[in-house]
Design a protein around this ligand. Structure first.
Ligand code: ADP
Length: 378
């Protein structure tokens, strides 16, 4: 995405019960303001609370100078493959896609409507988490089910965290002094939600999240991959309803389910103090990542770089080390000293002898949404 356009964007990430915001001036490195409004029951009130905070004399923001409002939208379906200027029709379409993203899109729609109401004279742009994965081939996005059923119900791999995977894959090419063309990269976005991508020539060829963000890696509260028959079994043998299973796998599994906390800091501490559950949780978590690294190396036909990003990826050195331990034969060798601690800027953590470079690159989804929104209206 072009970085040639400058401006000031209010970036909104409207969840079902919270609104995260940032004001990004593309000519400055740090955001002018950022924050979170929690326990939002009415998005009009939530957006009003954001505006009120930003209108304070000490907020560092002059709302009259905004160029655009950029909205993060999780699910763009097969239709939205690029940042899109929001019209009534676009809002209707995002609302219809709620069938694929019941936990996310309804909150986005009410947030977008509230923000359009609050800033009627500004252009609003939707930036979709799915868009970066629009390049997946039919073989990559298809599940092995009847294609008629799949098509009728939109059942396919969409992938999420696309803004982050796109950003760090471009950044790694930049810091390596290489063109994205010819580069084979695996990007691991390990936050509360977590996903991993295989990227060739700057284009996503595979991703671990699927129809919804539930598939793939072990996450803070999501199970990631499991035998789909676990769902039937939980229904038939444990008597759970479909909604209860949805809640169990999305909100009460992953690190939380395995070790009692969705925060990697707690799990690491508990493991260090000898908790068996926490130790197993770390092993399940890192073993899953390692498995995907091998799978994506095979799909890419080799590998030039691995990138870790987001809360866990940027901060948890032990997770990076365990995820890639024992892969020397595959040309991957993490340097324990370079890997130590937290990384707040792009950092090379592999040894000089490692054929594959391993990097930690802090993600910046809000800035990327700002840049894409400004470019869309320029
Ligand atoms: P989100 O997906 O909500 O945007 P983040 O990318 O901010 O999440 O990641 C949040 C997670 O990062 C936390 O739940 C926590 O597990 C992890 N994290 C943050 N700081 C550390 C740290 N110092 N060590 C280990 N994990 C950390």
């Amino acid at each position: 995405m072009s970085v040639n356009y400058n401006g000031i964007a209010l970036v909104l990430n409207c969840g079902s019960s919270s609104i995260k915001y940032q004001v990004v001036d593309t000519t400055a490195d740090a955001p002018l303001a950022s924050g979170l409004v929690e326990r939002v029951t009415d998005h009009n009130e939530g957006v009003r609370a954001v505006i009120e905070t930003l209108s304070q004399p000490d907020s560092g923001v002059d709302l009259s100078r905004l160029t655009v409002v950029g909205h993060r939208v999780v699910q763009g379906g097969a239709e939205f493959t690029a940042p899109t200027i929001i019209t009534d029709e676009v809002v209707d379409h995002i609302a219809k896609l709620a069938v694929l993203a019941p936990l996310h899109n309804p909150g986005h729609v009410s947030g977008i409507e509230a923000a359009r109401h609050a800033f009627p004279d500004l252009p609003h742009v939707a930036v979709f988490d799915t868009a970066f994965h629009a390049t997946l081939t039919e073989a990559a996005y298809s599940y092995a089910i009847d294609p008629h059923i799949a098509r009728e119900h939109g059942i396919r791999r969409y992938g999420f965290h696309g803004t982050s995977h796109g950003y760090v894959s471009r950044e790694v090419a930049r810091v390596m002094g290489r063109d994205a063309k010819g580069l084979r990269v695996i990007t691991a976005h390990l936050g509360n939600g977590a996903s991993i991508d295989a990227i060739k020539d700057g284009i996503a060829i595979d991703t671990s999240m699927g129809l919804t963000p539930l598939e793939g890696l072990v996450m803070g509260t999501r199970s990631g991959d499991l035998d789909p028959a676990v769902i039937f079994h939980l229904h038939r043998a444990a008597g759970l309803s479909i909604d209860e299973i949805d809640e169990l796998l999305n909100k009460k599994s992953g690190l939380l389910g395995l070790a009692g906390s969705n925060d990697m800091r707690d799990v690491r501490k508990a493991a260090a103090e000898g908790s068996h559950e926490a130790q197993v949780a770390l092993e399940v978590y890192t073993r899953r990542i390692k498995g995907y690294v091998g799978r994506y190396m095979a799909l890419l036909g080799g590998l030039d770089a691995i990138v870790f990003t987001a809360g866990v990826g940027e901060n948890a050195d032990a997770i990076r080390e365990l995820s890639l331990a024992g892969l020397e034969e595959l040309g991957i060798e993490v340097d324990p000293v370079r890997n130590e601690g937290r990384c707040t800027e792009p950092t090379l953590i592999s040894t000089d002898a490692s054929r594959v470079q391993v990097w930690v690159i802090p993600t910046n989804e809000e800035r990327e949404i700002a840049l894409q929104s400004i470019a869309a209206v320029s």
